[in-house]
Design a protein around this ligand. Structure first.
Ligand SMILES: Cc1cc2nc3c(=O)[nH]c(=O)nc-3n(C[C@H](O)[C@H](O)[C@H](O)COP(=O)(O)OP(=O)(O)OC[C@H]3O[C@@H](n4cnc5c(N)ncnc54)[C@H](O)[C@@H]3O)c2cc1C
Length: 429
């Protein structure tokens, strides 16, 4: 085919593609999938464009080592009101209470933590919640580090260190008001994998994989969304890519996003929670399956290990904040070596020989995530609501970052995707 004919054929394909969507949804994570279902229920034709070769985004059940683990989300948080409890039930997928019944051991530098240090930790446990009840943050937002300031330079970081595993971020970069707003409740897990459940829920939607969106033009009557395969035109667009991806400028908006949206983005960062999984074959080293080993010698480098969950040949480490960022930049081999060394100190040098593989979902350096989940910076606790405001009557930013008290979670992303779809469905297409 000559180049003119090829161009004509591509133009034809684009023109055809241009007519086949009411709404383009960018991203096939929980928010994009929820938007797709809601739009379909409202009788709107939605096309979902996904950059990766898989659906699910920051939910992914990784079976690359053999035994599977959830590389991203694992818990159905605040299960009392989380839509995933119903979605799982509807699909006949089992959910269960948290499985950790194997006990808990605390280490410092790979050695059992000294009693005096354990007591110090116990003394500061729960200080964040206590201060949120007693410190007045109505006049001014504080960082969690400021909130804990009077604990002093030794105890403050210990009190804050749990946030590295829950929020994935350093206490100095977390808004106390936003933190206080986050919903709480019971957690459930999905024994067959939360990522697998989300992927299953996506079945039947018009999702186009390997379609990284590079541009969204909203200067005409509707939107024009560009991927390497061409440009899709629609009346409206729901953008569910992570805040990290938006902030990196991976999608060029024409005209640029309004100042209010840009300010909102500037007020939200991305945490760096990550997991590092090792395949560990043979010996269990006397370790009770489903136990937790916590290395907390240096609060900033805290790392928690789920030891042989479900008695499978796998150990899954978690860490967050700047320590996780450094490991992500170092790459899988270096991160795997680091946790292997640490575990060998904890359980014995023979551990090294039993390690047969590493899987490192480094969300911080993953170009389609650029972080684990959104975190409001101190003083920017209104940013989530501002980000959720529609742009020009045809662009909606959705996803976990816009989910208010449900932010940071799969359930929140789902509610945000549904809310954006409901708003889009009200406009004339
Ligand atoms: C390690 C870790 C543990 C977590 N644990 C939990 C937990 O236990 N419970 C919980 O509820 N939540 C947890 N979360 C958070 C949860 O995974 C997210 O909040 C949720 O999955 C976000 O869904 P989303 O649809 O907003 O975004 P995403 O899932 O990130 O979906 C956005 C999609 O956009 C795609 N995309 C990116 N750029 C482009 C582009 N240019 N063009 C097209 N597509 C693009 C991405 O590939 C992705 O598929 C965890 C996250 C991590 C990283």
């Amino acid at each position: 085919m000559g180049s003119t004919m090829l161009a004509a054929s591509l133009a034809g394909a684009r023109a055809q593609a241009a007519s086949d969507a009411d709404v383009v949804v960018i991203g096939a994570g929980a928010a994009g999938i929820a938007a797709g279902h809601a739009l379909r229920a409202a009788g709107r034709k939605a096309v979902i464009l996904e950059a990766r070769g898989r659906v699910g985004g920051r939910t992914h059940t990784d079976a690359s080592l053999g035994p599977a683990f959830d590389a991203g989300a694992m818990f159905i948080h605040w299960a009392e009101r989380n839509p995933w409890v119903q979605i799982a039930a509807g699909l006949g997928v089992a959910t269960a209470p948290e499985p950790w019944g194997g006990g808990f051991r605390l280490f410092a530098g790979g050695q059992p933590m000294a009693d005096a240090d354990r007591m110090k930790r116990r003394g500061v446990f729960g200080q964040i919640d206590r201060r949120l009840e007693t410190v007045d943050i109505s006049a001014r937002d504080l960082s969690i580090a400021e909130l804990l300031g009077d604990l002093g330079p030794e105890q403050g970081p210990i009190a804050a260190s749990g946030l590295l595993l829950s929020i994935g971020e350093e206490a100095s970069r977390i808004s106390a008001r936003d933190y206080q707003r986050l919903w709480a409740g019971d957690d459930l897990v999905v024994p067959g994998g939360y990522g697998n459940l989300v992927a299953r829920h996506a079945q039947g939607l018009d999702i186009r994989l390997n379609q990284p969106v590079s541009a969204v033009a909203w200067d005409g009557p509707g939107v024009a969304v560009t991927t390497p395969s061409g440009t899709l035109r629609a009346a409206a667009c729901i953008v569910t890519v992570p805040v990290g991806v938006l902030k990196a400028g991976a999608i060029r908006f024409t005209p640029g996003l309004p100042a209010r949206t840009r300010d909102a983005l500037a007020g939200i960062g991305m945490g760096a929670l990550t997991k590092i999984a090792l395949k560990v074959e043979g010996d269990r080293f006397g370790i009770t399956p489903d136990s937790t080993y916590l290395e907390a010698g240096s609060p900033g480098a805290m790392i928690s290990f789920d030891m042989f969950p479900g008695d499978a040949d796998i150990v899954v480490g978690y860490c967050g904040g700047d320590h996780a960022r450094a490991l992500s930049r170092a790459g899988a081999a270096a991160a795997g070596a680091h946790v292997t060394d640490l575990l060998a100190t904890m359980v014995g040098g023979e551990f090294r020989k039993a390690v047969k593989g590493v899987s490192f979902p480094a969300w911080w350096t993953d170009p389609h995530a650029l972080g684990s989940y959104s975190v409001c910076l101190p003083g920017h606790e209104t940013a989530r609501d501002a980000l959720a405001e529609p742009v020009g009557g045809r662009l909606w930013l959705a996803g976990e970052a816009t989910a208010g008290g449900g932010a940071m979670t799969v359930g929140g992303a789902t509610l945000a995707g549904r809310a954006a779809a409901a708003a889009v469905a009200r406009i004339k297409v």
